[in-house]
Design a protein around this ligand. Structure first.
Ligand code: PEP
Length: 250
């Protein structure tokens, strides 16, 4: 068992609205009371960063973005730079979420550039890796996640221990189909071994599990020795569920 603080990060995806965000965050912050045993973050749609920054100010909830540009500034319509994110108190940036890889064609190289850009600006990238159902059924899970992690393992001038890695089997995201604790732990152990080979500080790196984590299955997943938190989609939109997951992350 390792002793680092777990991290529970909600990913709102393209959900929310001014009124709904306020109700959700107020309920989460009230539910946390004096704080949480773990670190907590919410990755929110970009238009709501200012609102979420102000609602979470002084609370235990950190602000995360769902993406970040690999470019510094300039003619990149629709993109968000690290400097812009920092203006709104963003602390973590999701990088390489499978929906970005799938629908926006983000390659391992782009994911690495984004992670690099985030780190250079002092944001912590939450780098997502994971296999599709087809890849799992073809026995390629290990090879796929190792390839995705290898792309980010040597980030110029940065120690890999500064990142967070999220294992998110694509077949478990938004499907209600969760990896069993044993399946998830097996892949986390592979990732930990790969990180250990690259850095003497691998044990400091938080490895999150994501994929239909919910109030009912979180405790068992989070009890696995190499699962250091969760990246939570659907269940992060319901305060009671998100709070139960946070409570399970001790
Ligand atoms: C996610 O979006 O990263 C995710 C894990 O979603 P869900 O929890 O809904 O499967």
């Amino acid at each position: 068992m390792n002793s680092k603080k777990k991290l529970i990060a909600g990913n709102w995806k393209m959900n929310g609205g001014l009124a709904a965000n306020e109700a959700l965050l107020k309920a989460i912050i009230a539910g946390l009371g004096d704080g949480a045993a773990c670190d907590v973050a919410v990755a929110v749609p970009a238009p709501y960063l200012a609102q979420v920054q102000s609602l979470t100010f002084g609370s235990a909830v950190a602000v995360a973005s769902q993406d970040v540009s690999q470019h510094e500034a300039g003619a990149f319509t629709g993109e968000m730079s690290v400097a812009m994110l920092k203006d709104f108190g963003v602390r973590y940036a999701l990088v390489g979420h499978s929906e970005r890889r799938q629908y926006h064609g983000e390659s391992d190289v782009v994911v690495a550039e984004k992670a690099q850009r985030a780190l250079a600006a002092g944001l912590t990238p939450i780098i997502c890796v994971g296999e599709t159902l087809q890849e799992r059924e073809a026995g390629q899970t290990e090879a796929v996640v190792k390839r995705q992690l290898a792309a980010v393992i040597h980030l110029n001038g940065h120690c890999i221990s500064e990142v967070v890695v999220a294992y998110e089997p694509v077949w478990a995201i938004g499907t209600g189909r969760t990896a069993s604790p044993e399946q998830a732990q097996a892949v986390h152990a592979v990732l930990r071994a790969q990180l250990s080979a690259a850095s003497e500080h691998a044990d400091r790196i938080r490895l999150l599990y994501g994929g239909s984590m919910n109030a009912a299955n979180a405790a068992q997943l989070l009890a696995q020795p190499d699962i250091d938190g969760g990246l939570v989609g659907g269940a992060s939109l319901k305060a009671p569920d998100f709070l139960q997951i946070i409570a399970a992350a001790r």
